[in-house]
Design a protein around this ligand. Structure first.
Ligand SMILES: NC(=O)c1ccc[n+]([C@@H]2O[C@H](COP(=O)([O-])OP(=O)(O)OC[C@H]3O[C@@H](n4cnc5c(N)ncnc54)[C@H](OP(=O)(O)O)[C@@H]3O)[C@@H](O)[C@H]2O)c1
Length: 397
């Protein structure tokens, strides 16, 4: 990207202190840093020291902590820098409304929905890492992007891969999309072994370095379940066109199968900076200092069918897609609540899927969402029901 002769690209990172946020800033640094980009807003939650350091290093106009109780700490840390400071939901909204042409949506969980939606509505291009926007708000989110007129560019490595493999004038010839899954740390565990795992073993992903929630989600394949629903909305395909295949090396990031039998795949080392860079500079490809694939060293690529009896989240995703309505929001909210209980050792690893299924069944007749408020209502009710289900569970771990 040429720098001094062009206006600097304005961007905002929602969730800059997380794994995706830190990688996004590394890509920004590699592509010219402050000379090439004007950082309008950076947001975090608990990590005030890192947020303040990022804001200073990249000269952000606004720094926001989503946690109101940390406002004073952030303000003190940035005193005298000229960087504006805000907090809470209104602070996130302010960040989303800053005049950035590109917004990275990298807040974890449903907390990312409102600010990302606000950025989409005002027409910003969205680099979408947060899955919950599409899982919970599906059509409403896509509608907001269309009305705003910005572009939606996936950052999740699988969806970025599919986005890259889709020949835009041959969409009618797409037969299937194939999401790859590493299988996580328990790929070869028996159900009995999985019942006993702890948060420490669940967070240790074999190939990717990621945040806590997504690492545990990879171990349970809930992350893949969310990705299936995300793919349905992003690429406007039917549930039966979405396949999942376990690929332990995480080199093939996903594939698209066409009506002539061809399958187009996107490959790369497991490094989120490639997908982030692609989303940031789309439709160009940036020069990035990331590891290159060495095929001779890799030697082989393995694939195997996922075992839905050990990873029921995949079945739940199909149920959610078939039922439609707010089932995605319900599945996601119940799973987030169950994940928190697992992280605090209040329930076992396998209980997470049981809780999500119970809540999805109980809420299967809830009407489709007509507005984002309906999505938030379904989300809140699912969390309430999940908490109730958790309180009745005798911990299996
Ligand atoms: N990591 C990956 O490789 C990867 C790949 C594909 C997709 N994704 C998706 O990208 C999103 C971010 O993942 P991540 O791994 O980067 O997560 P992460 O490391 O946990 O970071 C999450 C970010 O959200 C902030 N945050 C946490 N709770 C919040 C709240 N209640 N309100 C507002 N902000 C909050 C965190 O702030 P503090 O850190 O300051 O508390 C941090 O900036 C997730 O939806 C994930 O599924 C991640």
């Amino acid at each position: 990207m040429s720098t001094k002769t062009q206006a600097r690209h304005r961007l905002t990172i929602l969730g800059s202190t997380g794994s995706i946020g830190v990688n996004t800033l590394d890509v920004v640094r590699q592509l010219g840093g402050r000379e090439a980009f004007e950082i309008m807003a950076l947001t975090g939650h608990g990590n005030i020291a890192l947020l303040a350091e990022q804001a200073r290093t990249f000269g952000a106009r606004l720094a926001v902590t989503a946690d109101e109780s940390r406002y004073a700490a952030l303000k003190d840390t940035l005193a005298g820098t000229g960087i504006a400071v805000a907090a809470g939901a209104s602070g996130l909204d302010e960040a989303a409304h800053m005049d950035a042409g590109w917004v990275m949506a990298a807040i974890v969980g449903t907390a990312g929905l409102a600010p990302t939606l606000a950025a989409a509505r005002r027409g910003a291009d969205i680099g979408l890492a947060n899955k919950e926007c599409l899982v919970s708000a599906g059509e409403l989110f896509i509608q907001a992007v269309r009305q705003g007129g910005g572009r939606l560019i996936p950052v999740d490595s699988e969806h970025s891969a599919i986005f890259q493999c889709l020949e835009t004038d041959q969409r009618h010839a797409v037969e299937r999309i194939v999401l790859t899954a590493s299988g996580g740390p328990f790929r070869n565990h028996s159900l009995a072994q999985m019942a006993d795992v702890t948060i420490e073993t669940a967070r240790s992903h074999p190939t990717w370095s990621m945040g806590l929630k997504i690492s545990v989600g990879s171990a349970s394949m809930f992350n893949k379940a969310l990705e299936m629903i995300e793919a349905k909305h992003l690429f406007d395909v039917r549930p039966e066109q979405i396949e999942v295949i376990v690929h332990p090396q995480s080199i093939v990031h996903s594939m698209v199968g066409y009506s002539d039998g061809s399958v187009i795949a996107q490959l790369g080392c497991p490094d989120m900076r490639t997908a982030i860079g692609y989303a940031l500079t789309y439709p160009s490809r940036p020069n990035l200092s990331v590891e290159r694939l060495d095929f001779a060293r890799i030697a082989r690529l393995d694939f195997e069918a996922p075992d839905e009896s050990r990873f029921p989240a995949l079945r739940l995703a199909r149920t959610a897609m078939t039922r439609g309505g707010v089932q995605g929001a319900v599945m996601n909210a119940a799973e987030e609540t169950a994940f928190e209980a697992f992280a605090e050792a209040r329930i076992g690893f396998l209980d997470m899927a049981d809780i999500a299924e119970v809540v999805m069944d109980r809420m299967s007749s809830v009407k489709p969402a007509a507005s984002i408020e309906d999505v938030f209502a379904a989300d809140a009710e699912a969390r309430r029901q999940a908490a109730e289900a958790i309180s009745t569970i005798k911990k299996t771990a």
